[in-house]
Design a protein around this ligand. Structure first.
Ligand SMILES: [Ca+2]
Length: 150
């Protein structure tokens, strides 16, 4: 462990974000698991068990979350679930945590996404497209980002 990593650990332990969350910004704590792939429902349960929610990328949070992911190469090289689905009504993407409408189009989604209809009702932050979003089957397995209020 480098001294800067040790410093980060000390900082977040003294912070308002409960372990194992770290500070993302003034409003949010973040928890990333880049090691264990989960289905969408498993990822939802994982975040809930830690008192958080699967990541919902509101406009103001977009830069902070992407900056955080890109801080470490291994973390940057994974695909992550987005906490949203269109399972209830095809083409109507809603956030999991508040059932609000998910923004559509670029720069949130990758060009032409979402595009796979009734069988693709979940979405990921796709590593090949700078973590722009792509729809996928909810039963596939990807990594997890949780958020909670600081
Ligand atoms: Ca769909």
């Amino acid at each position: 462990m480098t001294s800067s990593q040790a410093g980060r650990l000390t900082d977040h332990r003294a912070s308002r974000c409960p372990d194992p969350f770290e500070i993302l910004d003034d409003v949010h704590c973040i928890l990333i698991d880049p090691f264990i792939a989960r289905t969408y429902s498993e990822a939802l349960a994982f975040c809930k068990s830690h008192g958080g929610q699967l990541v919902a990328v509101e406009t103001d949070d977009l830069i902070n979350i992407y900056d955080y992911i890109n801080e470490e190469e291994f973390v940057m090289k994974q695909n992550y679930w987005l906490g949203a689905s269109d399972a209830a009504k095809e083409g109507s993407w809603l956030w999991e945590h508040n059932k609000g409408q998910v923004p559509m189009g670029v720069p949130y989604w990758h060009y032409g996404e979402p595009n796979n209809g009734n069988t693709y009702n979940c979405a990921i932050l796709h590593v090949s497209y700078n973590h722009r979003w792509v729809d996928v089957p909810c039963t596939s397995k990807y990594m997890t980002i949780c958020l909670r209020t600081a």
